[in-house]
Ligand binder design. Structure first.
Ligand code: ADP
Ligand code: ZN
Length: 807
């Protein structure tokens, strides 16, 4: 059931139903007092439940399973590994359209006329039904502003004022596309000539006919209505008149939304280094399931993937290609489409539910279109039937981990399990592997293949550290730009080359502070300072979305001395406009890329060189491949390094190397300038020398010393409640119980660095477990403790979140 309950539920079916129902099909079942849910059949058995009486199912919704056996196996693993319910996994996996919505509808009885017998609440509902013909239960809750409204509805029912209906909506509507063709009467040449002659006096219709024949060009296929309309600039009216005359007929064809019209081209031949790496990967797969491909940026990892994909397709196997973020990697998609055209399906969280349903069905049917599935995190949950290869591109990316809501799974690790279930090979690719993956490769758990050369023997960019403490002292800064970075920028611009600038914060400045009293305006719902956005003169919370106008005076001391501190992408963009008035400048961050196609538009204009300088956040680092970028500037590396997290250094290394990798991907060697107050920091030194191994060893030493993954396993328990005292008491109880079982493996409870988000206070407890022992027993213990916790009535309203591998 799509609900966060740990249990499976048993329902009664008849013998006839038992013959018909297959595991993995959907059934509508009653639950609780009035709800109907879409459930998935997990098991057929003969044991009657002891704790409750099994209800009858309501309806069988599918003739064939919608969920495969191997998916159910995967779901069980996810639920048990990440300590969530099967229902959580079900909800994350199935496109919404498959989960029928059950809504009780309340309708007015027209013959009711005894309004005076209604009490106040009943009357309010009755009145609302005058306006709206039907109300759903949750509408009624809203009108009465309370949760338990069943008694009110029962009252109205008893007085015969209303009736209720249970309705199930099937939300998925397939898309139909309209085509035009000649009716059979005019398929004959002779008739057609007569017709055309006859149309002499109707020039518009004649025009349409001529365009129709041009589009048709001898093929037997009908013509797309939309195309005909566009080509002949005709209104629907004119076409309709041709239909009315019996000349045209409109044909509606159900079509998959995800369709591409590209001719496929042969994949590229590999150079010697790449062939060598490919050969080694194939060797690895004779012995191991997983192989790490550690190839520097622009070495041609994607090209190697295409050869592996071709191998799999040749064997008639499906391929899953996981990317950190689909919207940011459209260039990879179009590259693959060039090679594999019609056999690619893209699974995109920004797609409509319908489009996701298509991909799902195509996979279930193992159709031609779904031989290769490209997608982000959640595509690892799709119903593969015949999977042969999984590629996890940029495996180090943190967006593969889902933090909220459950299941809090890591798509890379889930992909490895998926590979096991299907006997499929898994390639993890990165220029900067995560520490845990590199560790696994070192341990021999994964195979390891390295690719050290960039394609075309382009050199790795030359990375230069700029000491901005020194520059400030010597007054060689203009705004946030050092004279050195400015000089490099001038040079690149004069050569008509493009520049990428990186700043990891969006907005104008992270903090607004009063220079008289030192108070910074805070979000009313979260324990964070508000970020200033200059273009609309607003203060915004990046955690809950709260916004307010910038006050003229300090809310605390009322002096007009609010001042900005720190800086974000928006401020850099404005400084650039002053420094380089003749250049085209654009910004890429969450604020400028909200629309469905806004990324693509930005990237296209950058590609077409309409933009000279692109400023942006993390988004810039994700595999952009632009030949004309020769300079990358990092405005400030320090706030990344100082982030309070055990992975901060690893992440800084990855980010710096990835963003540097955007420079000089063609013949000319790229340049990178990293500004920092602390240029002697070991990590920055390792970035400049591309010393991954050195970084890895340092980090492993630290993790050893302070017990962090991959040397231990981490489980984090977060408690949430709007009452601080309650969450404190709850956390103390939980901490104590856990300590009784786990001793000093428990850290906390503590308040996280942001102690309140969306008006809820947070407390966290960290459990560190040995990496070489099974997690089953400890997880069992944690579950038991959680159950006892939930049984304490005063804690029942406290939200408990368990996150396994919470990093
Ligand atoms: P990576 O994924 O390692 O960053 P890419 O696969 O994106 O590298 O390759 C970088 C660039 O070099 C791309 O534009 C790609 O088309 C080109 N390239 C790499 N290998 C080849 C090859 N064997 N033949 C043609 N072009 C290649
Ligand atoms: Zn907030």
């Amino acid at each position: 059931m799509p609900i966060p309950l740990q249990k499976l539920f048993t329902y009664k079916i008849t013998e006839a139903e038992a013959d018909f129902i297959e595991i993995g099909t959907r059934v509508a079942v009653p639950f609780g007092k009035s709800k109907i849910y879409t459930a998935i059949v997990f098991e057929k058995h003969q044991e009657e439940p002891t704790a409750y009486e099994a209800k009858d199912i309501y309806q069988i919704l599918d003739e064939f399973p919608l969920v495969t056996q191997s998916q159910l196996q995967q779901w069980e693993w996810i639920a048990s590994y990440y300590m969530c319910s099967l229902g959580d996994v079900l909800r994350a996996s199935l496109p919404k359209a498959f989960l029928l919505e059950s809504e009780t509808l309340v309708l007015k009885r027209v013959d009711f006329d005894q309004e005076e017998t209604l009490n106040d609440e009943e009357y309010m509902i009755w009145e609302a039904l005058e306006q709206e013909a039907r109300l759903k239960i949750h509408d009624i809750s809203k009108i009465l502003d309370k949760k338990g409204v069943l008694s009110v509805i029962n009252g109205l029912l008893a007085k015969d004022a209303i009736e209720v209906k249970e309705e199930i909506f099937e939300q998925y509507k397939p898309k139909y596309v309209k085509y035009v063709d000649l009716t059979s009467r005019y398929q004959l040449e002779e008739e057609l000539h007569q017709l055309l002659d006859g149309l002499g006096r109707a020039p518009k219709q004649r025009e349409i006919m001529l365009n129709f024949f041009q589009l048709k060009q001898g093929t037997k296929e009908p013509v797309l209505l939309k195309e005909l309309k566009e080509k002949s600039q005709a209104s629907s009216g004119v076409i309709k008149s041709l239909v009315d005359k019996g000349i045209f007929e409109i044909i509606e064809v159900r079509e998959d939304r995800v369709s591409f019209q590209t001719e496929s081209r042969p994949i590229h031949e590999l150079n010697d280094w790449q062939s060598d790496a490919l050969g080694k990967i194939r060797e690895v797969f004779k012995e191991k399931e997983v192989c790490l491909l550690h190839g520097v940026t622009s070495s041609g990892k994607t090209e190697i993937y295409t050869h592996l994909i071709a191998d799999a397709l040749k064997k008639g196997k499906q391929v899953l290609y996981l990317l950190p973020e689909i919207a940011l990697t459209t260039h990879i998609i179009s590259r693959l489409q060039l090679f594999f055209g019609e056999s690619i399906s893209v699974f995109h969280s920004r797609y409509s539910v319908d489009e996701r349903v298509e991909v799902w069905n195509n996979l279930l049917n193992n159709s031609e279109k779904a031989q290769i599935v490209l997608g982000a995190r959640s595509s690892v949950l799709l119903p593969f039937s015949n999977l042969g290869l999984i590629i996890v591109d940029e495996e180090h990316e943190s967006s593969f981990k889902q933090f909220e809501p459950a299941p809090r799974y890591h798509a890379r690790d889930t992909a490895i399990l998926l590979g096991k279930i299907h006997g499929a090979n898994v390639v993890l690719g990165s220029a900067t592997p995560s520490i845990e993956t590199f560790y696994n490769a070192q341990q021999g758990k994964y195979g390891y293949v390295r690719l050290d050369r960039r394609y075309g023997d382009v050199l790795l960019p030359e990375i230069e550290l700029v000491d901005i403490k020194e520059k400030h002292r010597k007054k060689r800064m203009k705004g946030h730009f050092s004279d050195r970075l400015l000089a490099l920028m001038e040079e690149a611009l004069s050569e008509k080359e493009q520049i990428i600038l990186f700043q990891n914060r969006r907005g104008y400045s992270p903090v607004v502070e009063c220079s008289t009293c030192g108070v910074a305006p805070q979000c009313p719902n979260c324990d964070v300072s508000l970020t200033y956005h200059k273009f609309n003169n607003e203060l915004k919370c990046h955690y809950c979305g709260y916004q307010q106008g910038l006050p003229r005076t300090c809310p605390a001391c009322e002096n007009p001395t609010l001042d900005t501190k720190g800086f974000g992408t928006e401020q850099i963009e404005l400084e650039l406009q002053e420094l380089f008035p003749d250049s085209n400048i654009a910004r890429m961050d969450l604020d400028t890329t909200r629309g469905k196609y806004s990324y693509q538009k930005l990237l296209r204009s950058f590609h077409e060189r309409d933009i000279d300088i692109l400023v942006g956040t993390q988004m810039l680092t994700k595999g952009l491949d632009f030949k004309n970028v020769t300079l990358v500037g990092v405005l400030n590396a320090d706030n990344l390094l100082n982030f309070p997290d055990f992975r901060a250094h690893e992440r800084t290394y990855q980010l710096m190397v990835q963003v540097s990798g955007r420079a000089g991907r063609d013949q000319k060697r790229g340049k990178v300038a990293i500004q920092s107050f602390n240029p002697y920091h070991q990590i920055l030194q390792q970035v400049t020398t591309h010393d991954y191994k050195g970084m890895y060893e340092d980090q492993m030493n630290e993790r050893h010393q302070f017990s962090y993954p991959p040397l231990v396993r981490l489980i984090r328990i977060t408690l949430k409640h709007k009452d601080l005292i309650k969450v404190d008491a709850a956390a103390n109880w939980m901490g104590k119980s856990l300590s009784n079982s786990f001793g000093d493996q428990i850290l906390g409870p503590t308040s996280p660095s942001i102690g309140r988000i969306r008006n809820k206070y947070l407390k966290t407890i960290l459990i560190k477990l040995p990496a070489n022992k099974s997690l089953n027993a400890p997880k069992q213990l944690i579950s038991t403790i959680k159950d006892s916790f939930m049984a304490i009535s005063e804690f029942r309203s406290v939200q408990v979140i368990i996150d396994v591998d919470c990093y």
